[in-house]
Unconditional design. Structure first.
Length: 82
C-alpha cells in the first residue's frame, strides 16, 4: 500500500496545511467538504505538492518534518521539490 504526504493551500485564508493519507483524492475531498475540523474554514483547498511513501511510518516521519517548517521554509520546499 502507498501512502501520500501532501501540502494543500487555501486562498481564502492564505494558509498551507500538511498531512498524510492512504487515499489522496478522498482526503482532499474531505478537506473541501468541511469534514476535517482543522481545515473546514479554508475551503476550497488546492493540492500544491505531494509525494508517495512505501510505509505509513515513512509518511508520518515526513509529515512531522513538514509541519515543523515555517511558512517561508514551506514555500521554499514547494518551489524546490515541485
Amino acid at each position: 500500500m502507498k501512502y501520500y504526504v501532501y501540502i494543500i493551500y487555501s486562498l481564502s485564508t492564505d494558509t498551507y496545511y500538511k498531512g498524510q493519507t492512504s487515499c489522496l483524492d478522498s482526503r482532499l475531498s474531505r478537506h473541501n467538504s468541511g469534514y476535517e475540523k482543522s481545515t473546514q474554514h479554508g475551503a476550497p483547498w488546492k493540492l500544491v505538492w505531494s509525494t508517495t511513501k512505501a510505509t505509513r511510518g515513512e509518511a508520518l516521519y515526513l509529515e512531522k518534518k513538514l509541519k515543523n517548517l515555517s511558512r517561508q521554509k514551506t514555500l521554499e520546499f514547494i518551489k524546490k521539490y515541485s
